[in-house]
Design a binder for this molecule. Structure first.
Ligand SMILES: Nc1ncnc2c1ncn2[C@@H]1O[C@H](COP(=O)(O)OP(=O)(O)OP(=O)(O)O)[C@@H](O)[C@H]1O
Length: 273
């Protein structure tokens, strides 16, 4: 049997020895798979994502549990070793994109340098690749490439930051409410692009979201979280069609019953304007 790409086993996180915030979380991701952690605000989704990289906020500790990436225990890695994985092997896309670029350098040259620090590639080829991915993100590629961060909108910077991460072809992409700062059309364009990259590179994607509709559209497997625990898990179709837990049933009943084809058609029509 092949090793899981990422395995979280019995993860317990809390405020030193007091309050428990994550209680015995078990999550598994295979190569190429798309998994969603679903839950309302405060359910523990982001802390689970942060635990993977050892990026827990000050004052919080991992009390027990094991996290393995490609069969290697991350809990035993030094912070330096974990940071080495971040970027090349694991990309983390989150809502707060503001720190993604240095304010004094043009966006294009920053992405080129990031790419060249991970891959032996000429400046000219790197530039071509950067312009290509910026274009794939539906950005005015040349303008964004030659702009300083302050000359771009928040959504443009965020899409440029995502383009930069995907150029590094990570094995695992963690999207923590990655498109919540974008309008609906831009968000769909970004997620469609991520899906295309995923097909080419077979990277796994972990979506952290409260948007069950997106999870049903994008994920193969879903974990339903509430108050720091996983209440239910299963293939998306099973969670959608035969949920077992009353909380999952509640979440399902809260989804607006829009016909998917019509929604898609409307998005396409607006997008083509
Ligand atoms: N630094 C911290 N100190 C104490 N408690 C914290 C800290 N960070 C998060 N928490 C608590 O841990 C719980 C889980 O938080 P987490 O950020 O994982 O939620 P979430 O499901 O990602 O929510 P959201 O969708 O709003 O981002 C919440 O009750 C939150 O208040």
């Amino acid at each position: 049997m092949s090793t899981a790409l990422l395995k979280i086993e019995n993860l317990v996180v809390g405020v030193s020895n007091k309050q428990t915030l994550l209680n015995k979380i078990n999550v598994c991701l295979n190569r190429g798979e798309t998994v969603a952690l679903i839950g309302e605000s405060g359910s523990g989704k982001s802390l689970t994502a942060k635990s993977i990289m050892g990026l827990l906020p000050q004052g919080l500790i991992q009390r027990s549990g094991k996290i393995t990436f490609k069969g290697e225990s991350m809990s035993e890695m030094t912070l330096k070793e974990k940071r080495g994985l971040l970027g090349k092997e694991i990309a983390l896309i989150h809502q707060d994109y503001r720190g993604s670029f240095t304010p004094y350098l043009k966006v294009g040259s920053q992405i080129v340098e990031t790419l060249r620090s991970h891959e032996k590639i000429s400046r000219k080829r790197a530039k071509d690749q950067v312009l290509f991915v910026l274009d794939q993100m539906n950005l005015p590629a040349k303008r964004v490439y030659h702009s300083y961060p302050f000359q771009l909108s928040g959504g443009q910077i965020q899409r440029a930051a995502i383009a930069c991460m995907m150029l590094l072809k990570p094995s695992l992409l963690i999207c923590d409410e990655a498109t919540s700062a974008l309008d609906m059309i831009s968000g769909e364009i970004v997620l469609d692009y991520l899906e295309r990259v995923q097909k080419q590179t077979n990277c796994a994607v972990l979506y952290i979201t409260h948007d069950l509709t997106q999870a049903y559209k994008r994920a193969d497997y879903i974990y339903i979280m509430n108050e720091g625990t996983v209440l239910e898990e299963g293939p998306s179709s099973k969670i959608k069609e035969s949920p077992q837990h009353h909380y999952t049933k509640q979440l399902n009943s809260a989804i607006l019953p829009l016909p998917p084809n019509e929604t898609e058609h409307n998005i396409r029509s607006v997008g083509n304007l």
